[in-house]
Design a binder for this molecule. Structure first.
Ligand SMILES: *Cc1c(COP(=O)(O)O)cnc(C)c1O
Length: 420
């Protein structure tokens, strides 16, 4: 029997979850963002089991979903947090994460931000050599921070160019081919005790991920052979794809960890603190969105309450960013009826705000619902204020309860955002 988190949530489970949302009194929202917190806990457990090592720190990439209550669940379940900005560092602190379990990874850290990170004692991955020199100028032996250097393993570009960050020519990390400079940096900076690699998000395969890690592990082997100070932190980033359609492969943490154990067994032997930074693969299938159908126009075109504001990548690059859609009636149950080619339009005032074109769906009427699957990562975190609509109500499924993770924006919130 596969574990429940090793299979994609089935449509029936999502329909049942929406029934709970409605039963809890949230059925009349224009749109709701639903997060299954129990599933997130189970996925973190499965990740920890798959990557079991004498020393491991599993962080969740905040940029995948910065809802504070989601972060709190992750922290309470034993995860650390990965921050892509100083603001995300503060979200992590607010979520109760201890500083030594926060990994600060921004590619554009300012000097004051670095000084603050060192004062707080965060784990910091320097993105480039000039940043390392900035850290050297600010670093004192009193800082509890552990410092790593991000390496670009210079693979071939991954399947989706937009999110590929570990190929030759990528602007992230120090290219592996600059080995002399890397060697020099490690020789000069005794505080530098970590290596970091992250090659991208979605569009990657397990062999590519393993290849990136193996190349940087080989660099570590060469560095430690000549250097008295150990390199005892190895951060293999995130980048495991999520499964957005039934016919796509499901790349589990267990499969990834098994491939890593075969290719880089020493990674798991306790010489290093093994750090991971998964976002999408942990969170995407912990969330779904339901929108009411507000208008149906000839076509038919069903106008929903979320579009390019919540699904930036999907709307602008639909060939790369897939979501499945379920048509539900007013009562929240799946609609029957012969499918018709339906366009699902967002609510924003431009012709391109379309979530799906000519999608075969049972005929939709005003007041029906459309459920969008796998929305737990890189949706609300990428919210666009264009047209100034309210961020919908975010809910959590937590044990038997339906809890509010974030209330729907009020009009005052939106006015305040624009300086009101
Ligand atoms: C975005 C990002 C992650 C998370 O990537 P996922 O594909 O969501 O797992 C991890 N580390 C770094 C440095 C990132 O930029």
């Amino acid at each position: 029997m596969p574990h429940a988190v090793d299979v994609r949530p089935a449509p029936e489970q999502l329909v049942e979850a929406f029934r709970r949302v409605r039963a809890a009194g949230h059925g009349d929202q224009p749109a709701v963002l639903v997060h299954d917190l129990d599933r997130l806990r189970a996925k973190l457990d499965a990740l920890g089991a798959a990557f079991a090592a004498p020393r491991a720190l599993h962080t969740v990439a905040i940029k995948a979903n910065p809802l504070l209550k989601v972060l709190r669940v992750a922290v309470a379940a034993g995860a650390g947090l990965e921050a892509a900005s100083i603001e995300e560092v503060h979200l992590a602190l607010r979520a109760g994460c201890s500083p030594d379990r926060i990994v600060f990874d921004s590619p554009a850290k300012t000097e004051p931000e670095l000084a603050e990170a060192l004062r707080l004692g965060l784990r910091i991955n320097a993105d480039n050599l000039p940043e390392l020199e900035r850290i050297a100028a600010l670093h004192t032996p009193a800082s509890a921070s552990r410092i790593g250097l991000r390496i670009n393993p210079e693979l071939a570009e991954a399947g989706i160019a937009l999110t590929s960050v570990g190929h030759r020519g990528s602007r992230f990390g120090v290219p592996l081919s600059q080995e002399a400079e890397i060697r020099d940096a490690f020789a000069r900076h005794r505080f530098l005790t970590g290596l970091h690699v992250h090659i991208g998000s979605q569009g990657t395969t397990i062999p590519e991920l393993v290849d990136g890690v193996a190349r940087v592990w080989e660099l570590r082997r060469e560095l430690v052979a000549t250097r008295p100070v150990p390199i005892d932190m190895f951060d293999l980033g995130g980048g495991l794809p999520a499964q957005y359609r039934d016919d796509a492969p499901r790349l589990t943490p267990a499969a990834y960890a098994a491939a890593l154990r075969a290719a880089v067994p020493d990674l798991f032997h306790g010489d290093v603190l093994l750090v991971t930074e998964f976002g999408r693969s942990l969170l995407a299938d912990c969330g779904f969105v339901v929108s009411r159908v507000e208008v149906v126009k000839p076509g038919p075109v069903a106008v929903l309450h979320v579009g390019a504001d919540l699904f930036v990548r999907r709307v602008y690059r639909p060939h790369e960013w897939h979501h499945d859609f379920l048509a539900l009636g007013r009562d929240g149950r799946p609609l029957a009826g012969d499918p018709v080619a339906t366009t699902l339009a967002g609510p924003l005032c431009f012709g391109g705000d379309v979530l799906a074109r000519d999608l075969p769906l049972p005929p939709l009427s005003v007041g029906d619902h459309v459920l969008i699957r796998d929305t737990g990562a890189y949706t609300v975190s990428m919210w666009s204020r264009y047209c100034s609509r309210a961020i919908p109500l975010a809910l959590g499924l937590d044990g038997g309860d339906v809890t509010v993770l974030r209330p729907r924006d009020t009009i005052a919130d939106v006015v305040a955002f624009w300086g009101g």
